[in-house]
Design a protein around this ligand. Structure first.
Ligand SMILES: O=P(O)(O)OC[C@H]1O[C@H](O[C@H]2O[C@H](CO)[C@@H](O)[C@H](O)[C@H]2O)[C@H](O)[C@@H](O)[C@@H]1O
Length: 395
């Protein structure tokens, strides 16, 4: 290396890298080879972009998921105006129920259901995200001498109407749970054998474990998109547990083909530190990428597979690849569900329903506010199907 080149390199160091990294952290070789130069420039690039990346991550963590709609035209209007204009474009699937069933005339509805935030309300502890139970009770009259009759509310039995509803839905329509969760974990929550399960954001798909009237022979694992990543994901999971253990409230969840780092219970002041730890782990794994959900960072293989591809795969497995006689209905609440909404929009087929109380950027056409409305919508669909079958028998 010539003296002149040395000067250029030192100039790069003094103007650039030293602004980002403390001078002491830079190994400055006595003489520079082209490799040294490359390394220094790369370090500068990483340091600059790393810093930018972390603050972008934190901004995105703040915005939570999916991004709240930013409307330039309505920015100065009160919240209610924003909401009402959004609802015009994403009407409630309950109020549009008649139109929805009319669109399904002559078509087979195939139901795709996300789990967290769709079938179960969002809770702080991901291990406690059960489908809600209802306590059924009755009024028991008690009559004490000379006293007016009193009515006592007696809890009678506990039922899980969401589970019962999803079971009914699966009786009438092929039904799949499509989730970021590990497949076994979501099965332990849903506990229904007659469904398809697409776990790890659709990277792990299994057919119904009991015979399914729609497609015989679909039992067992149908597809695993990223088997070769299993050892890597295990390693990353352990690294993340270790690196984040000093940040109170962090929870790392092993979802088999992906890992979730939850920050719902982490103090906002520690989000940057958490993002930094996650980035430091991810830096060693160029074949993994980071996506984001509701107060969760998700680490996944960089393969072209997502909930949208899983939806297409399942339609194909059910024999509806290029069929016009099918109406896929996908209900979900999170960013990862947007991949499926987008597929439906691009196919010009089917309905995407976003579960959200707030206006959000979405490719879905309809909305429902919360899991209880999802249950209501699914119940109405089952009742409508039962009635139309009865009517067909009588005709
Ligand atoms: O595709 P999904 O079924 O929606 O799974 C996405 C993530 O859901 C879970 O996390 C979310 O729900 C938790 C329980 O309500 C909540 O505590 C968390 O903040 C949410 O992000 C699940 O634990 C993740 O592994 C999934 O990736």
């Amino acid at each position: 290396m010539t003296n002149q080149q040395n000067v250029v390199v030192l100039d790069v160091i003094s103007r650039g890298v030293s602004n980002v990294l403390p001078r002491s952290s830079l190994p400055v070789p006595k003489s520079f080879s082209p490799q040294d130069l490359k390394m220094l420039l790369m370090k500068r690039f990483e340091a600059e972009n790393g810093g930018a990346k972390i603050s972008a991550w934190v901004d995105s963590m703040r915005a939570s998921s999916p991004t709240r709609i930013k409307s330039s035209t309505t920015a100065s209007l009160p919240e209610t105006d924003d909401t009402s204009s959004w609802i015009v474009h994403h009407p409630s699937a309950l109020s549009m129920f008649e139109q929805i069933v009319a669109a399904s005339k002559g078509k087979q509805i195939v139901m795709f259901l996300d789990y967290d935030g769709t079938l179960s309300p969002i809770v702080e502890d991901p291990d406690q995200a059960f489908m809600p139970k209802e306590v059924n009770s009755f009024l028991f009259p008690i009559h004490v001498y000379h006293q007016p009759i009193k009515l006592l509310l007696i809890p009678f039995f506990v039922s899980n109407q969401m589970r019962a509803t999803v079971r009914d839905v699966a009786r009438y329509f092929p039904t799949a749970i499509v989730t970021g969760r590990c497949r076994d974990k979501v099965y332990s929550f849903v506990k229904l054998a007659g469904l398809y399960y697409a776990g790890s954001h659709g990277m792990d798909i299994k057919g119904p474990s009991k015979s399914c009237k729609y497609k015989k022979g679909n039992q067992g694992v149908l597809f695993q998109a990223a088997s070769e990543f299993l050892p890597m994901i295990d390693e990353v999971y352990k690294d993340l547990v270790e690196k984040t253990k000093s940040i109170p409230g962090t929870k790392v969840e092993n979802n088999k083909f992906c890992v979730s780092v939850h920050f719902r219970c982490v103090d906002e002041k520690s989000w940057a530190a958490l993002a930094e730890q996650v980035r430091s782990v991810l830096n060693h794994y160029p074949k993994l990428k980071l996506t984001q959900g509701r107060k969760v960072l998700e680490i996944r293989p960089t393969i072209k597979w997502d909930k949208g591809r899983a939806l297409e795969f399942l339609l194909e497995s059910l024999g509806y690849a290029n069929s016009t006689n099918v109406l896929p209905v996908y209900i979900g609440d999170d960013r990862s569900d947007e991949d499926a909404f987008k597929v439906l929009r691009e196919r010009g087929q089917g309905l995407g329903i976003l579960v959200s109380k707030l206006p959000k950027e979405t490719n879905a056409s309809y909305s429902l506010q919360e899991p209880s409305e999802v249950k209501e919508f699914l119940k109405r669909l089952v009742d409508w199907k039962k009635m139309s079958q009865r009517a067909a028998k009588c005709a």
